[in-house]
Design a protein around this ligand. Structure first.
Ligand code: SAH
Length: 272
């Protein structure tokens, strides 16, 4: 991977922002030209520049060039399914307490936006996706953002038919009927592990909550994230007129032991 302090090199992705805050994502290719609403940008003018430089396009208008953030990439990358918005990705990382070296089952993966956030937080992701075309898209998006050597694969399978892994730290679900996965998640998660489901409607959320109540899960919680941007000008400071008012509800729950559940040998005390 390119060091973040280096100048832009061919093959890198660049976020170009025009004076009207329109954003473009391009991959630097020597000799290539990129057509925007504000004129043509020549890749050769960006190659060799420092991040944050101003580059002038064909019509004399300027563009700021940066390496894209995870949020920039998620909003611009090729999508098959609806991606999880950046505001929700951030909340998921904390609500499901994602961290390095965790083993996480994620289903379905869609375009791979959540996978990218989990991998970047240092987790190991086991991914199930029912559609082969989405699985291919997710792999391509993840490897384009995190590098081709990133350990990440997507299994083409239906998570409602079961989860093979055991002793998982987290199970994250973004699919229409997560209640059909609750039993499998209870078997696959270790005690204390966290299940998180992302759902667009409250009807679905209520159905999930009923299933969680009947399963070995406690500390169940449902939240939504409202993010409102502000217009800040010297004489006019107010919320922006438009916002993304609704995306989805996040529900989390923690797995509790079931009667007779034994502690894995590897977890037994070291100094008996
Ligand atoms: N979280 C993803 C978007 C997921 S969209 C992102 O951030 O990009 C929902 C995905 O779930 C779709 O790709 C769909 O094909 C998949 N899916 C639906 N039912 C499934 C099932 N039973 N097993 C596995 N994947 C499923």
């Amino acid at each position: 991977m390119v060091s973040p302090r280096e100048r832009f090199r061919p093959g890198e992705r660049v976020l170009a922002v025009d004076a009207k805050d329109r954003r473009y994502l391009l991959t630097l290719t020597p000799g290539a030209a990129f057509h925007t609403h504000a004129g043509v940008l020549h890749h050769d003018d960006i190659i060799g520049a420092l991040e944050g430089s101003t580059v002038t396009g064909s019509t004399g208008r300027s563009f700021l060039v940066f390496r894209p953030t995870l949020a920039d990439v998620v909003l611009k990358m090729p999508r098959g399914a609806q991606v999880i918005y950046p505001k929700d990705l951030g909340a998921i990382l904390v609500a499901a307490d994602i961290g390095p070296n965790q083993r996480i089952l994620e289903a379905g993966v869609g375009s791979g936006a959540l996978s990218m956030a989990l991998l970047r937080a240092g987790a190991t992701v086991i991914a199930y996706e029912i559609r082969a075309d989405f699985a291919a898209r997710a792999r391509a998006n993840v490897h384009a953002f995190l590098g081709p050597d990133t350990p990440y694969d997507v299994e083409i399978r239906d998570v409602t038919e079961g989860i093979t892994e055991r002793d998982l730290d987290r199970v994250l679900l973004d699919l229409p009927e997560p209640w059909r996965v609750v039993e499998h998640a209870a078997t696959a998660l270790r005690p204390g592990g966290i299940l998180l489901a992302y759902l667009p409607t409250i009807n679905q959320t209520a159905q999930l909550r009923e299933c969680l109540d009947a399963a070995p899960f406690r500390l169940t919680e449902t939240v939504e994230i409202l993010r409102r941007t502000w217009h800040i000008d010297r004489r006019s400071i107010r919320p922006d007129h438009r916002m993304v008012a609704h995306t989805g509800f996040l529900t989390t729950a923690r797995r509790v032991p079931v009667p007779g559940e034994t502690t894995p040998v590897s977890d037994s005390p070291k100094n008996p």
